[in-house]
Design a protein around this ligand. Structure first.
Ligand SMILES: [Zn+2]
Length: 302
């Protein structure tokens, strides 16, 4: 367990998504809602994952059911873990040098642009640019298709990605990029907005579910998120709509401080009520992501 915690803590400093906590919460909410059939299918797929022993069950409990649940939780974090894993390379960099293809992986790319789709938002009418594919917007529909019909090896590779990106696009700042006349290009989902105390707006939202990664904390947080945010009556299954919904929430709940970007030297000062609201919104978003992840897997893996 300590090794797992060390691993999670080290990478959470650099993660650019919901932190491990947020992804783990989404995963346990979903896992506990899978049909017995879908659950045994995801357990089976993850057991075939090349990183099952080394990462997905590292520090996991011995008892089989708890071990399987743990693996599903870690699978949701896996796409962030490979950002710091030297077996993989950053394919979005110019002059990127591919690393050696290892058994069980279709490729060794980090696919860092799959984690988000920055819907252009121009509150003061600044010129916008659309994010080209691949992005969360292009990859989610592909993954949904492939979970139904692709080779077994492809499904094994896809499942952690699907768990992860469903979580990511429910973080409002993974679905929007703000363009202002005063700034060059988009704010990259709040990564170029600086807020007190010494962090980016994006990081503030990533960590809004807390930064503790123990199974006990994650399970407790998930139970609270579910109790405070019951499942919707109609389950939206179109990922484009998830992204549109997240972008709307970003406009209404994230960019409430106006058309400022702050700077490292002079970060935007946010009121205490901002952080309290961010925690509330983030909790609702991880609950929604968990419900939708479960619904999609129940649908595709039955
Ligand atoms: Zn991510």
């Amino acid at each position: 367990m300590r090794r797992l915690l060390t691993l999670l803590c080290t990478f959470s400093l650099t993660a650019s998504a919901w932190d491990a906590t947020g992804h783990s919460v989404v995963a346990v909410i979903a896992y506990d809602r899978l049909t017995p059939r879908a659950r045994s299918r995801v357990d089976d797929l993850l057991r075939k994952h090349p990183d099952y022993e080394s990462i997905l069950t590292r520090g996991a409990p011995e008892e089989p059911a708890a071990r399987a649940r743990f693996a599903f939780m870690m699978a949701a974090v896996w796409p962030d873990l490979i950002k710091g894993d030297r077996r993989f390379y950053d394919d979005t960099r110019q002059n990127a040098v591919p690393t050696a293809l290892l058994p069980g992986f279709p490729d060794m790319r980090r696919h860092t642009n799959w984690h988000y789709y920055d819907t252009p938002y121009a509150p003061d009418g600044a010129p916008i640019q659309k994010q080209p594919p691949p992005s969360a917007l292009s990859e989610l529909p592909r993954l949904i298709r492939e979970l139904k019909r692709a080779s077994e090896a492809q499904k094994v590779y896809d499942l952690p990605w699907f768990e992860h990106i469903v979580g990511d696009v429910h973080q409002p700042l993974h679905s929007i990029g703000r363009f202002l006349k005063s700034a060059e290009g988009s704010d990259q989902g709040g990564n170029r907005v600086f807020v007190m105390p010494g962090q980016t707006l994006h990081a503030l939202w990533d960590s809004a579910c807390g930064r503790e990664n123990s199974v006990a904390y994650v399970t407790k947080f998930a139970a609270e998120a579910v109790a405070e945010n019951p499942p919707p009556r109609r389950m939206e299954k179109n990922p484009r709509k998830w992204i549109e919904e997240s972008a709307k929430i970003a406009i209404a709940q994230v960019y409430t401080f106006g058309n400022e970007t702050g700077s490292r030297e002079h970060p935007v000062r946010l009121p205490q009520s901002y952080m309290e609201n961010a925690r509330k919104v983030a909790k609702a978003r991880v609950a929604m992501a968990g419900y939708r992840l479960a619904a999609m897997l129940n649908d595709r893996l039955n």
